[in-house]
Design a protein around this ligand. Structure first.
Ligand code: F6P
Length: 327
């Protein structure tokens, strides 16, 4: 049994995701509910190294459950990757008597905290917060539902104009290494093809598909491309297609960071709330070096070492469905 935890600190790190605020709120209020002191660290590991912390109370997190972004701000810290950076962070936490950490972020955040835990044995727990939904051990990450809905909303709007002009649109969504947003926004938006980093789609295969649907009387088409696609980004793919296939006039829309903003959906708010409560309750029942997840609607706790070496889970069944429906 570890020493009883008295002072917890929460931070958000890596790419911000809608619902991070709801997670912070849940961590803060659950900590207070259990009689603990709770601190917020600004700018993730950067703030930990710079001693940029503030004590929070239940009212500090009022009126944030519905807000996108993160009130604690976020960063991708290079310094925390070094032992020296982690040492500075530890000393700052020691000074404030912080004895447990809750991180909201993605795989880089988790790896940083895992290394920190191995060096300093401070109890730590992670909440998966990233729009990419690319973390093992959970069906959903906080922010993914909102970002995918944002992408679908944009795709629907592009469809209106694509149809009015008989055009082919390439719509680039986020996901450097992950096709999840592309797959599900592609299905929901009725894309003729979905190009993702996890699967090779050649330009020839794409043209064949476009040609087949044009012969089936399709007058306009939408192709959803994840930014990390193997054949290049949406602009590069569109250019290669246009050079070889002139049936459609071709346009490109890159959705970019607008997918990261906006009010979280009810799903992300509830997910973040459940995970935030679980993270604190987990810490208080001696769970450490763990990542909160949700599997079939149930909260689970995964040990970092048990899941982080696993390859990302790709939604093979969703891809199959998308192909059946794109005729
Ligand atoms: O990890 C989330 C994500 O939005 C990815 O989809 C995207 O590739 C990346 O972050 C962009 O990162 P940044 O905002 O640092 O450019």
């Amino acid at each position: 049994m570890n020493q009883p935890i008295k002072n917890i600190a929460v931070f958000t790190s890596g790419g911000d995701a809608p619902g991070m605020n709801a997670a912070v709120r849940a961590v803060v209020r659950t900590s207070i509910y259990y009689g603990k002191e709770i601190y917020g660290i600004y700018r993730g590991y950067e703030g930990m190294i710079d001693n940029d912390l503030v004590k929070l109370n239940a009212r500090s997190v009022s009126n944030i459950i519905q807000r996108g972004g993160t009130i604690l701000k976020s960063a991708r810290s290079q310094e925390f990757r070094t032992a020296e950076g982690r040492r500075k962070a530890y000393e700052n936490l020691q000074e404030r008597k912080i004895d447990a950490l809750v991180a909201v972020g993605g795989d880089g955040t988790f790896t940083g905290l895992h290394n920190f835990y191995k060096e300093y044995e401070m109890p730590v727990i992670c909440i998966p917060g990233t729009i990419d939904n690319d973390l093992p051990g959970t069906d959903f990450t906080v922010g993914y539902d909102t970002a995918t809905n944002t992408a679908v909303d944009a795709i629907d709007k592009i469809r209106d104009t694509a149809l009015s002009h008989n055009r082919l649109f390439f719509i680039e969504v986020m996901g450097r290494d992950s096709g999840n947003i592309a797959i599900n926004s592609g299905i929901a938006g009725g894309a003729v093809a979905i190009i993702i980093p996890e699967e090779e789609t050649t330009i020839e295969q794409l043209i064949e598909k476009l040609d087949e649907t044009a012969r089936n009387n399709k007058k306009s088409s939408l192709v959803v491309v994840a930014e990390g696609g193997k054949s290049g980004n949406a602009l590069e793919i569109a250019q290669q297609v246009q050079e070889r296939y002139s049936y459609y006039e071709t346009k490109v829309t890159i959705l970019g960071h607008l997918q990261r903003g906006g009010a979280p959906t009810y799903f992300d708010r509830v997910l973040a709330s459940k995970m935030g409560v679980a993270a604190v309750e987990g810490l208080l029942s001696d769970k450490t070096d763990m990542i909160v997840g949700i599997r079939n609607g149930q909260i689970v706790f995964n040990k970092f070492d048990d899941i982080m070496h696993r390859p990302p889970e790709i939604e093979a069944e969703a891809l199959r469905i998308a192909k059946i429906l794109a005729i």
